[in-house]
Design a protein around this ligand. Sequence first.
Ligand code: ATP
Length: 221
Amino acid sequence: MRIGLFGGTFNPIHHGHLRTTREVKEHFKLDKIYLIPSALPPHKEASGVANANDRLEMTRLAVSSDPDFYVSDVELKRSGPSFTIDTVYHFKSQLPEDTELHLIMGLDAFLEIDTWKSYSNLFLLIPFIILSRPGAGYDDSHLKWKALEDYLNFRISDGYTFSSSKSCYVHGSKPPVFRIDVSPQDISSTKIRRRVQKGLPIQSLVPEKVEAFIKIKGLYL
Ligand code: ATP
């Protein structure tokens, strides 16, 4: 099995998360993607973040009829802040040994990874799939991937080179880092929260059931 792990605050989950990871699934021939809402996002201000159970429920509603996705509550069951390294260890211990795990994230999140707990171990443990994201300051494709390559070499470890034949960054002693230009989705959870607060429609930005949940629960007002 080839599995993608995709974590986030999902405050709320939106089409930017879903459409891009569907493309990743197709392109990299993954069998499933695990969506993993974080309990206390260590990199985000805690205020303005909806209750973890509501974020989990919205994530479940978003993919309730989509067999491509599983939703994992592993980070919500752990006490304390959610660290990706612990989540990767969890999946490695739970899934059959021959499972090929991949860690999926947007370029904006990736370019801050050197602030994460035990980040250098992450690069030894699991291949990454980095997806493009509009508005992250790198809309020019060349500049964007140059930023990724520089970051890998200057902040993570020198020795990453791009392999055109494999279409990824390879390293002598670490798993590869793949990159993919997904169809741009100019959507963020911040944009959605702001629109809800202003009473503006969000139906093109989130799945219908998520929109209804936000309305019923009165989130982000
Ligand atoms: P916020 O606006 O609250 O910061 P967000 O929209 O960035 O939230 P997160 O839940 O923080 O959403 O993101 C989880 C992951 O999804 C991150 O790796 C992020 O880079 C990626 N991501 C979010 N939105 C998009 C998008 N529109 N296109 C590509 N990747 C995205």
